[in-house]
Design a protein around this ligand. Structure first.
Ligand code: N01
Length: 534
């Protein structure tokens, strides 16, 4: 254990993609840094989400660090979309390659961070009894890291074992021959269900909202694409950084309503065949702006459900309806719908019967009790703010972040908060974050924060704080940009709508990864306008 009030330049909370690179970056700038990580290993998301079938929905060559050109060349991805074990192995490799582990304290959760105005330092405390003092406190806690559980009571009464997809045990439990219940059909459920169906003797899925799901067409990585990308990685990375979603793609030029039905179908089919989450979203200019255009894509995808599911009544239940396409994160699948053609797989439509409680034997709905040997909870996350507010963060005048954000998060650029000097939130609310390729957004924030810290050192400044008016303007801009789209029309985790009582505020910045980067660069170029440096 660290000695009381060990003095550091920076504390980083979390050792996932963001925390590892932040440590590397600040250490390279000569700062003393310590990382606290709750998990038993580095990896963040890719440590915790080890459920069967877990894999990335951004292609491997894009979902990787760009900061180390040698790593980029050395590392060999095996699949188009990497699995959890492969991404975890990659992050473990990065930690070793850059000798990061010596400054990472594992199995240790940060519980509080308090700013002292007299010393202009943060005191950071952990559940392991650490107390450290640091000039900078950097939250690399991830956007999807605080699990959300079903609201109904009784989970503790269930007599069998249960597992949340985001807290999967290191030793995979396996469900061979068991009656298994799964609650939730977001990306985690959609990925896990085909694998779980391969184990369980009876699998029952409780679906509240059917998702838009299309095939990943995953497989061994195309070696010619690898060679081509590696030969031009710098250009590819630059293009990704300036793109809409952090993955370089051709920009559409037409509305979905400007073309004939046949042309539109051909475009959708081509995107479908690519098995790419953003391709379909970006196939026409107006899919996330115009309900009529959006409906054409939605109907195309519903038709595919009908093609893939044998029983028409079951297909009807699985067809996504009631919210526009892409207003909840669409899912990439491998055999998801086909799984429902298997005799031992059953669907309970929670729009027709409500969940009442978890009982000792299983799940009680308004229709009947379903009995299970084990349960899988795939109900997602308290997204974006959950992990930040889990820590008791107190800024100037002892103000708690939990109080400041009572009506929803307010940030300047999603990276800083007025009243909380020298605190940074990597991919915080108000930045593109979950609305694109996380790694591109993480690297951008890490580098921007690193540059700011360097700027402060060169200009003999020790404290930086977002200005209240700049924060208000940015928060309003984030809201206005999302309000111009269809995105707030779904009860999504982007809006906090999946967590009862959470303020209904659209959290990611949806103006695009490239334009957002340009804005951050402009702020820095103008001497960090919107910040006070003391
Ligand atoms: O979580 P989710 P997730 N009773 O919130 C349902 C990333 N990710 O873990 O839609 C019954 O999407 C809920 O229903 P509803 C990715 O960004 C990426 O699956 O709220 N059901 C929904 O069906 C993704 O978007 C990958 O009505 C309840 C499900 O549970 C994000 O993580 C893989 C319920 C939760 O879906 C979150 O995905 C996995 C209740 N009380 C995750 N509460 C990649 O591929 C919730 N639900 C990279």
């Amino acid at each position: 254990m660290a000695s009381a009030a060990e003095e550091l330049d920076a504390v980083v909370v979390g050792a996932g993609f963001a925390g590892l690179y932040m440590l590397h970056r600040l250490r390279g700038q000569g700062l003393s840094v310590k990382v606290f990580e709750a998990g038993a290993d580095v990896g963040g998301t890719w440590y915790w989400n080890r459920y069967p079938g877990a894999r990335c929905d951004v292609d491997s060559l894009n979902y990787s660090y760009s900061f180390d050109p040698d790593l980029e060349q050395d590392w060999e991805w095996t699949e188009k979309y990497a699995s959890q074990p492969e991404i975890h192995a990659y992050l473990r490799h990065v930690a070793d390659r850059h000798d990061l582990r010596r400054d990472i304290v594992l199995r240790t959760r940060v519980t509080a961070a308090v700013f002292d105005e007299d010393t202009a330092r943060w005191t950071v405390r952990t559940d392991g009894g650490h107390e450290v003092s640091a000039r900078f406190c950097i939250m690399a806690t991830g956007c999807l890291s605080t699990p959300k559980f079903p609201e109904v009571p009784g989970l503790e009464r269930f007599s069998g074992p249960w597992y949340h997809t985001a807290r999967w045990p290191e030793d995979d439990p396996g469900f061979r021959g068991q009656r298994l219940g799964v609650i939730g059909t977001g990306s985690s459920g959609v990925q896990a269900i085909p694998f779980l169906a391969g184990q369980a003797s009876e699998l029952t899925v409780f679906q509240r909202t059917p998702n838009f799901v299309f095939p990943a067409f995953n497989g061994p990585i195309d070696r010619s694409v690898v060679a081509e990308t590696k030969a031009h990685y710098r250009e590819a990375r630059t293009a990704a950084r300036h793109s809409l979603f952090g993955v370089a793609m051709d920009m559409p030029t037409q509305s979905a309503l400007e073309v004939s039905d046949d042309e539109r179908r051909a475009v959708y089919q081509e995107c479908w065949d690519r098995g790419h989450v953003f391709a379909l979203v970006q196939s026409f200019t107006d899919l996330i702006f115009d309900a009529g255009s959006n409906e054409t894509a939605a109907e195309f995808l519903r038709e595919k459900v009908r093609d893939r599911v044998d029983d028409p009544e079951l297909a009807r239940k699985l067809e996504p309806r009631g919210y526009p396409f892409a207003t909840k994160r669409p899912c990439l699948d491998t055999g998801y719908y086909e799984t429902y053609n298997r005799e031992h797989v059953h669907l309970v439509d929670l729009r027709e019967e409500d969940l009442v409680e978890i009982t000792a034997k299983g799940v009680l709905t308004t229709e009947r009790e379903y009995e299970f040997d084990s349960l899988v909870i795939a109900t997602g996350f308290d997204a974006m703010t959950g992990a930040l507010l889990a820590v008791d963060i107190r800024g100037r005048d002892g103000v708690a972040l939990r109080d400041k954000w009572r009506d929803g998060p307010e940030t300047y650029l999603g990276v800083a908060v007025a009243g909380f000097p020298n605190l940074f939130t990597i991919t915080g609310p108000g930045s593109p974050s979950v609305f694109g390729n996380m790694i591109v957004s993480i690297e951008q924030h890490v580098e921007w924060i690193g540059d700011l810290v360097d700027h402060m050192a060169r200009h003999d400044r020790s404290v930086v704080e977002a200005v209240d008016t700049a924060e208000k303007e940015w928060t309003e801009h984030v809201r206005a940009v999302s309000d111009a789209t269809l995105l707030p029309r779904a009860d999504s985790f982007y809006l906090g709508a999946n967590v009862p009582g959470k303020p209904r505020v659209f959290m990611p910045y949806v103006g695009g990864v490239g334009p957002y980067r340009a804005k951050c660069d402009e702020v820095a170029g103008n001497g960090y306008e919107g910040f006070v440096l003391r």
